[in-house]
Design a protein around this ligand. Structure first.
Ligand code: NAD
Ligand code: IPM
Ligand code: MN
Length: 359
């Protein structure tokens, strides 16, 4: 039996998470596993219910589970809270830190069926299959933050720091991932300006020596942002620090057609956490328009990385492919002559397909 903590969170989180659960239930049925789901409060929803964004019970439940399935956290209602209560930092970042999830895997894979769904030209994005390995528990997000009074104003300070150990483990993880792929790693930094990036580059070069079979190179982050759009097929694995990875993956999601297609796995600790790369999408929340596929594909990553159920993960990915091939689309990836479906219908279609798909 696998224990799964289910944290829908805010906005479309409450719409997409049940669809991923539906798909996991279909996996359990077909492959004869038992998944025990326990739902808990997190984010703005938890503030509204119990006054804090990460209740102790929620954290305890996550630590006691085999994996966490998370929707999204945050929204306009909680944007003006003091820093200590803001759900993004006090719940999401705290969960990542508490669970020791230093590596965030964000695969940008273009399902061939979606080659016309992107705003980018088909000949640019055809065949895109890259993996961003984002450092998740260091950098600006976790450095000291403070304000100082100045005459006639204030100064705000966010500290960006990285240690040898933090860089080593993430670069090593990226090299290991590359060994299972096309054996190419691009380390992305801003070493022409930042001291933390210069250390990153030195350490990365040392780690790369341990992987002579992996082609290792460096790229500045501004260039990388451009290269992702100019020629995305040049990339296999990109490894980068926390904030660069955040920004580059929203960009990379458009190579796959939509931010609603980009899953993620946060690993490195005892309990992995699986969530779509996108947020709570307040602009479409409550309307059944959200694409649940990023969350469903994150659940597939849970099967692969936390439960070592590769066959089952492939079944979910294949089910998604077949549903797309049959022409079903949520609004974010819709094209003329396709069958427009809502969040729930997309979840139903994939769950049904999981039960019959060939693997
Ligand atoms: P967002 O990712 O929520 O939305 C950006 C755009 O993408 C919106 O137009 C939205 O409608 C669209 N979009 C996102 N997911 C989609 C999906 N599954 N299907 C279809 N369209 C989708 O980013 P934002 O608007 O900048 O942030 C909204 C809130 O979410 C903020 O409070 C932010 O802090 C939070 N956020 C949370 C997470 C997280 O929990 N991991 C990630 C990013 C943002
Ligand atoms: C993400 C989100 C978070 C991040 C925010 C909400 C803290 O944008 O998961 O990509 O920046 O890590
Ligand atoms: Mn983000």
């Amino acid at each position: 039996m696998f224990k799964i903590a289910v944290l829908p969170g805010d906005g479309i989180g409450t719409e997409i998470v049940p669809e991923a659960q539906k798909v996991l239930k279909a996996v359990a049925k077909r492959f004869k596993h038992e998944f025990a789901f326990t739902e808990a409060l997190v984010g703005g929803a938890a503030i509204d219910e119990v006054g804090v964004p990460l209740p102790e019970e929620t954290l305890a439940l996550c630590k006691d589970s085999d994996a966490v399935l998370l929707g999204a956290i945050g929204g306009p209602k909680w944007d003006n809270l003091p820093a200590a209560l803001r759900p993004e930092a006090a719940a999401l970042l705290a969960l990542r830190k508490e669970l020791g999830l230093y590596a965030n895997l964000r695969p940008a894979y273009l399902f061939p069926e979606l080659v016309h769904a992107s705003s980018l030209k088909p000949d640019i994005i055809e065949g895109v299959d890259l993996l961003v390995v984002r450092e998740l528990t260091g950098g600006l997000y976790f450095g000291e933050k403070r304000r100082e009074k100045l005459l006639g104003g204030e100064r705000a300070i966010d500290v960006l720091e990285y240690s040898t150990y933090e860089i080593e483990r993430i670069v090593r993880l990226a090299c290991e991932a590359a060994r299972k792929r096309r054996k190419k790693v691009t380390s992305v930094d801003k070493a022409n300006v930042l001291e933390s990036s210069r250390l990153w580059r030195e350490v990365a070069n040392r780690v790369a020596l341990e992987y002579p079979d992996v082609e290792f190179s460096h790229m500045y982050v501004d260039n990388c942002a451009m290269q992702l759009i100019r020629n995305p097929r040049q990339f296999d694995v990109i490894v980068t620090e926390n904030m660069f990875g955040d920004i580059l993956t929203d960009e990379a999601s458009m190579l796959t057609g939509s931010l609603g297609m980009l899953p993620s796995a946060s690993i490195g600790g005892k309990v992995g956490m699986y969530e779509p790369s996108h947020g709570s999408a307040p602009d479409i929340a409550g309307q059944g328009k959200a694409n649940p596929l990023a969350t469903i594909l994150s659940a597939a990553m849970m099967l692969r990385y936390s439960f070592d159920l590769e066959q089952e993960a492939l079944a979910v990915e294949q089910a998604v492919r077949e549903v797309l091939a049959e022409g079903y689309r949520t609004p974010d990836i819709t094209e003329p002559d396709q069958k427009l479906v809502n969040t729930r219908e997309m979840g139903d279609l994939v769950a049904r397909k999981v039960e019959e798909v060939e693997v």
